[in-house]
Ligand binder design. Structure first.
Ligand code: SF4
Length: 347
């Protein structure tokens, strides 16, 4: 798709030379929207507290906001009182976590993104066919821990291109690579290239594991980075896809790029000598935080905002099955997760 440009924001005194290029798509993806709505709906249906294992999505603001509504975030399932309700985060969990929850008689709502579940299914299938799985991803990331947990005896982690040069495999003829959903597309291609140089019969996944939202947000940054001296990425430091956007901006022409949770983290000196500021946000970021950044910039003369759209997104996921079942039993209309332009803005 050819990028389209639209002026989006007005109403401030604007320095005509200064402008903002606003990447689109940005912000919430379908999996994050569904996971956040799952916690909100669970709070409404069952009442507080609702426990959430790990951060439901990697965003400080989302977590704080849900905490104010009665969500309690825990690191492990055994911190949840017996019989309570626990939501598993969008990043997915290993089968052992489900077993722990069953043992503790917890009511579980699995908000794993369906696109992560797809990778889990691939891991199980290839392991049952006795393949060794080279899982490209970041060591310790929750999604990687969950995916590897589906086939711990068959998965070997490959954390970046350099790791591809040193790994040892048990049979180079029965090898497949899978990946975390939120990686840099370019870096992953480089990792695969180096793996295939060593293991020519390495099989590809049946379909892309890096998800549509990660890919689209990186393409959108590539569109605006060459014209943006400064790129501001709204997102949290533990958000893999947000961190990747900073890297992509720097690789594609931005002189500087910063990751911030809130507009008040912007250092005014970043704007020294800057005519064009690029703005985007990671897949776990509510749009209200981007609007705060645009307001901050507008107050400093960057009131002209041009939205550059490189893809349209329309994917929606239904709420987790167990939650839909309970909503139906409670006589509430079955709710389907729908994209929200201003998620959490009204809370
Ligand atoms: Fe799902 Fe991709 Fe969003 Fe992760 S970033 S929740 S994999 S759609």
């Amino acid at each position: 798709m050819q990028p389209t440009h639209a002026n989006a924001y007005h109403g401030y005194v604007t320095d005509t030379a200064k402008r903002v290029l606003l990447a689109a798509p940005r912000g919430y993806c379908a999996g994050v929207d569904r996971a956040v709505q799952a916690v909100e709906q669970a709070l409404d249906l069952y009442g507080a507290p609702v426990y959430v294992r790990k951060q439901i999505v990697h965003n400080v603001h989302v977590v704080r906001t849900l905490e104010q509504r009665g969500a309690i975030f825990v690191d492990e399932t055994d911190e949840v009182p017996e019989g309570a309700t626990v939501v598993f985060s969008a990043h997915g969990v290993a089968p052992t976590v489900h077993q722990d929850a069953l043992r503790l008689q917890l009511r579980t709502i699995d908000a794993t993104c369906p696109l992560v579940t797809k990778v889990h299914n691939e891991a199980r299938r290839f392991a049952s066919d006795d393949f060794e799985i080279l899982l490209i991803g970041h060591e310790g990331h929750e999604e990687v821990v969950g995916t590897a947990g589906e086939a711990p005896d068959n998965v070997q982690l490959v954390d970046g291109p350099d790791a591809a040069d040193t790994i040892v495999v048990r049979d180079p003829e029965r090898l497949v690579w899978l990946s975390q959903t939120t990686l840099s597309v370019d870096e992953t291609l480089e990792t695969v290239r180096r793996l295939k140089a060593r293991f020519p019969n390495l099989q590809d996944p049946p379909s892309d594991d890096i998800c549509y939202a990660t890919q689209n947000r990186q393409v959108a940054v590539k569109e605006i980075a060459p014209q943006s001296e400064l790129m501001i990425v709204v997102g949290s430091r533990n958000s893999s896809n947000s961190v990747r956007l900073v890297e992509v901006a720097l690789e594609h022409g931005s002189r500087a790029s910063y990751l911030i949770d809130y507009a008040d983290e912007i250092d005014e000196t970043w704007l020294d000598g800057v005519t064009t500021v690029g703005v985007t946000s990671g897949a776990s970021v509510p749009e209200v935080l981007v609007r705060d950044v645009l307001a901050y910039l507008a107050e400093r003369g960057y009131g002209a905002v041009e939205e550059v759209t490189s893809a349209q997104e329309s994917l929606l996921f239904q709420l987790p099955r167990e939650l839909r079942r309970d909503l139906k039993a409670a006589g509430r209309p079955e709710t389907v997760a729908a994209g929200r332009s201003l998620p959490l803005a009204s809370i």
